[in-house]
Design a protein around this ligand. Sequence first.
Ligand SMILES: Nc1ncnc2c1ncn2[C@@H]1O[C@H](COP(=O)(O)OP(=O)(O)OP(=O)(O)O)[C@@H](O)[C@H]1O
Length: 291
Amino acid sequence: MNTTTVALTDVGKSYGRADALSDVTLALRPGITGLLGPNGAGKTTMLRILATALAADRGTVEVLGSDPGTATGRTAVRRRLGYVPQETGFPRGFTAFSFLDYLAILKEWSDAETRHAEVRRVVELVDLTDVAPKRVSALSGGQRRRLVLAQAMIGQPDLLVLDEPTTGLDPAQRGRLRDVLGRAGESATVLISTHQTEDVAALCERVVVLDGGRVLFDGAVTDLVRQATGRVWMADDRHPAAQHAWRTGTGRVRNVGDPPPDAELIEPDLEDAYLLLVGDAAHDAGLEAVS
Ligand SMILES: Nc1ncnc2c1ncn2[C@@H]1O[C@H](COP(=O)(O)OP(=O)(O)OP(=O)(O)O)[C@@H](O)[C@H]1O
């Protein structure tokens, strides 16, 4: 289980003069890795490179033993890949079932009987059996999102690249999805980009934080959370030294930052740790800019 399945070395990608990714070095293994980062951090760019939808400008990329920089490498990767892009369109007129069946044909499932059985399996996996005969245009936003996830699960791929897969899902469906992904992560390499720190805390052993196209953190979720120990406290009001503060449902204020000596410290969670990591990095960058 400890074999590296995906390796990025000094990977860079620019759009015009702007660097979306700079010197990204990362190795993934089977299991679930969460990818966090602010808007514009480079998460989608990185996922698109891994999913062979975009070529890196610099560095080396190895995915499941193949080089996506070559045509044969891309084909080899695509045969073993499930990908949920950030945004998707749907061809007109398809039902949920026929859309998945069409995708399965593109994924080289030529025998109709086994293909239909596989489509029924992934439909059930994402709890869409009841609406499978409906047109995609008649599905809700969350149901469409699950349909996109279903197509990624066809054939139980060795690599799942998921760009914000839980966006728009209700809590029960998110819970179900966590179960599905948890099972997939027992054998496959799963990389999930999300803004939901609670999904990462619930699902992932490992987390990568990108910011400004660079890796800010790569390690165990518990290690990132530990970095925030002693930096989260409750008070009746927001404290001037807090980087972030918000009034919670209890009426008291959760402060995240550098606490005063008499602060009522509480256990941090992943969201606190993430906010501090990104906030501290922005602060350090500001100091560098003025020095
Ligand atoms: N096709 C493009 N053309 C020009 N610039 C782009 C393009 N795609 C992304 N960028 C820029 O590259 C940077 C990284 O974008 P990317 O979409 O990878 O970030 P992200 O972390 O996925 O953001 P978000 O959380 O908002 O989805 C941003 O500055 C973005 O404006």
